[in-house]
Design a protein around this ligand. Structure first.
Ligand SMILES: Nc1ncnc2c1ncn2[C@@H]1O[C@H](COP(=O)(O)OP(=O)(O)O)[C@@H](O)[C@H]1O
Ligand SMILES: [Mg+2]
Length: 486
């Protein structure tokens, strides 16, 4: 079945690819979070302060404007009645010197300006009626707060004063507050980032130590411990880590000791088994030899019997020698000298060696298949012993007429050596037994041939593979490292 094009994991991977690498680190994420929190909080605080200040300043300004307008009303009432323009001009002049006053005017009932701080305004009509404009917010480009106050005599209105207050000071004060707020935000950003950086430094340093220690433990160094003082979470983690490492070390030591004990026990058992097997193997030929020697001592023994007894002595002593030779070979294998050599030559030499003994190979039809180049790495003395043991076993399994194929086949960087016979084969449940020391199914066998083969092959960094079908034949095979023929 095809894998879904957009599995959840692949989508997640694709999404994460858009996040630059440094943002994965705990340190960067911590710094960004703390800085963001600082900026947002300080921003809100500054905005709130500006709003409050602006509200208070405006309120104060309106109140001030109103009382100033009222004072103008009081000062201009009599002059208005008397149409004393000079006094009215004095009222507006006095008001006009104030820094925060944009203009001040006295207007009669009909709407004519009688006195004004603005030039060219006196005598002009200000229109039917000026609406009061003493409410904030003003239009965006309006920098003047307009106030109107009626001049009343009793209930009659005899005129009114107009007063414009400049909002420049107010605006400047607000800009000041906002700028100071921005400075505080930047300061908070710097302090927050530095604090987060210091905090993350402490945390990530501890995590880095823990990571390095975990890597060392993974590589097999169980002595490693971390030193993270403190009662915080990383300290607790480090103590748990150290406990885990100590416990791992204890179990590893225990396992090592148990393994040593087991191998020692196995070795001793093996030595005992071997000693018993050797004693058993040697006993029969020894008994035969002792009896033969006793017979030979008898000077009356007929010549024909004497010759038969001498024959027994020869056979049994050579059997004894074979057992001891095989055992010596098995127990004291020399260190291999691995060199590049032509295995075909060695195979032919070994077959020649076997062919010299008329007891072996009669009726066996040999077939050899080689590669064009059969160079590989081996110790020729030891490899000759391997070939000899395997070919001898095959001949013994054929036991009469049969076929024996020796095939060298190149497979990638190794040469596969295979010895196939058409002998009696090995019962399926015996295949794993035949390589054990002293296992033999032959009357004159020692059961050390295949164990020697196995040990030599292990020295060559390879192993014997056995495939067999009872009643049909057996294949014994192994690989050798290919070398060039130069
Ligand atoms: N090619 C083979 N075909 C059938 N049986 C085999 C073959 N090679 C080995 N064996 C079995 O494995 C046993 C052990 O072989 P080996 O270790 O060489 O000892 P030995 O030849 O002294 O018996 C043999 O006795 C035989 O039963
Ligand atoms: Mg053998």
């Amino acid at each position: 079945m095809d894998a879904p094009l957009f599995s959840a994991a692949s989508v997640r991977r694709r999404q994460r690819r858009w996040i630059p690498r440094p943002f994965y680190t705990l340190r960067v994420r911590l710094i960004i979070s703390v800085a963001l929190v600082h900026v947002v909080l300080m921003g809100l605080f500054t905005w709130e302060a500006v709003e409050r200040q602006s509200h208070e300043l405006r309120l104060e300004m309106v109140n001030q404007g109103r009382s100033l307008a009222s004072m103008m009303v009081v000062a201009s009432t009599n002059a208005l009645l008397a149409e004393d323009l000079a006094s009215l001009a004095e009222v507006t002049r006095r008001v006009g010197v104030r820094e925060d006053v944009a203009y001040g005017e006295v207007v009669d009932m009909r709407g004519f300006v009688l006195a004004s701080t603005r030039e060219g305004r006196v005598g002009r009509m200000v229109g039917p009626m000026i609406e009061r404009n003493d409410r904030f917010p003003l239009a965006a480009d309006d920098r003047v707060l307009d106030l109107r106050e009626d001049v009343l005599i009793g209930k009659d209105r005899v005129g009114f004063v107009l007063l414009g207050l400049s909002t420049i000071n107010l605006d400047n004060a607000l800009v000041d507050t906002r700028n100071r707020g921005i400075q505080y935000i930047l300061l908070a950003l710097v302090i927050g980032s530095v604090a987060a950086w210091l905090l993350s430094l402490a945390v990530t340093r501890n995590l880095r130590d823990l990571t390095q220690a975990a890597k060392k433990i993974g590589a097999g160094d169980l002595n490693v411990r971390v030193n993270v003082p403190g009662q915080d979470e990383t300290g607790t983690l480090a103590r748990a880590f150290n406990l885990m490492a100590a416990s791992l070390q204890r179990s590893s030591r225990q396992m090592e000791q148990e393994h040593r004990k087991r191998t020692e026990a196995e070795r001793l058992a093996c030595v005992g088994e071997m000693a018993a097997s050797i004693a058993h193997e040697i006993r029969n030929p020894m008994v035969a030899l002792i009896n033969s020697v006793k017979l030979l001592e008898d000077s009356q023994l007929p010549a024909g019997d004497r010759a038969a007894v001498v024959d027994i002595v020869n056979t049994e002593s050579s059997r004894l020698q074979r057992i001891l030779d095989d055992f010596l070979m098995f127990s004291r294998l020399p260190m291999p000298k691995l060199e590049s050599g032509d295995l075909k030559t060695l195979v032919e030499q070994t077959i020649g060696l076997i062919g010299q003994d008329p007891r072996y190979g009669e009726g066996v039809q040999f077939e050899c298949r080689y590669e064009a180049d059969n160079h590989c790495r081996f110790d020729s003395d030891l490899m000759r012993q391997v070939l000899l043991n395997l070919i001898m076993n095959a001949i013994q399994a054929i036991n009469g007429e049969g076929k024996l194929i020796i095939r060298l086949q190149r497979e990638q960087d190794h040469l596969n050596v295979s010895i196939v016979d058409s002998g009696r084969g090995i019962p399926e449940d015996m295949v794993s037994e035949v390589t054990k020391p002293f296992f033999t199914s032959r009357k004159d066998g020692t059961g050390l041939g295949l164990p020697v083969v196995q040990r030599i092959l292990a020295q060559h960094g390879t192993a014997l593979s056995i495939t067999s079908l009872e009643g049909y034949g057996t294949e014994m095979a192994f690989d050798l490292e290919v070398t060039s023929d130069e």
